[in-house]
Design a protein around this ligand. Structure first.
Ligand code: DX5
Ligand code: ZN
Length: 214
């Protein structure tokens, strides 16, 4: 089954609880955390995750676009994140491994994220320890960018490794996912689709979520 993770980066930040309520038909709430260093934008932090937690029954899928996420993963878990993903480019292999272990020690699901220029092979040191792998289909930092179709071979390669190893690992794509691009993602093997503008820009949000799920 395809899961939909609307990104609240496209929500109205002055009405976040209301806008999280609009996506109750989705599978995850995708929360984009940016620190102004790893990416050139600053968004949501730990207090907002904590404030959002009681507003929805959906799992919070927290995408950390921050330098050295090991410093904060425990706090995001304590704030109520259910899945926490860290960029492989954001720290050393040893520290990324430690971040995954800390998320698991908190009883939460953990994963790694690859930027567009990072090759598929970068997941290999972590794959057996991941509950989810996120492949960026735009440069991280902003919503509303164009989908990078040339990431599909990377998605397909990672899907092949997950299946070969028989792993219980989800494969998520993020950036520019719309009704036009969702088939390419699903055909390449993604099972979780993040969508910001494609969900929050719709007149009928539950219908858009259903259409994206397919
Ligand atoms: C980009 C974020 C995405 C973004 C997706 O750095 O990670 O989650 O919100 O937005 P759309 O779906 O509009 O490309
Ligand atoms: Zn994201």
């Amino acid at each position: 089954m395809i899961k939909i993770a609307p990104s609240i980066l496209s929500a109205d930040f002055a009405n976040l609880a209301r806008d999280v309520g609009k996506i109750a038909a989705a599978d995850y709430v995708h929360v984009d955390v940016m620190d102004g260093l790893f990416v050139p934008n600053i968004t949501i932090g730990i207090p907002v995750v904590k404030a959002l937690r009681p507003t929805t029954a959906l799992p919070l899928d927290v995408h950390l676009m921050i330098e050295r996420p090991l410093r904060y993963v425990g706090q995001f878990c304590d704030a109520g994140a259910d899945l926490v993903t860290c960029h492989v480019e954001a720290d050393t292999e040893e520290n990324t491994r430690a971040a995954l272990a800390e998320i698991h020690a908190k009883g939460k699901r953990a994963g790694v994220v690859l930027k567009p220029r990072t090759p598929a092979e970068a997941v290999l040191p972590f794959l057996d320890d991941c509950d989810i792998v996120l492949v960026m289909t735009v440069e991280p930092g902003f919503g509303g960018q164009s989908f990078m179709a040339d990431m599909m071979p990377k998605v397909a390669q990672i899907r092949a490794w997950i299946d070969e190893r028989g792993l219980d690992c989800e494969l998520e794509v993020d950036g520019g996912v719309s009704l036009k691009t969702r088939d390419a993602c699903v055909n390449a093997g993604a099972n979780v689709l993040v969508a910001g503008s494609a969900v929050y820009g719709a007149d009928d949000i539950p219908a858009r979520i259903a259409a994206l799920r397919g």
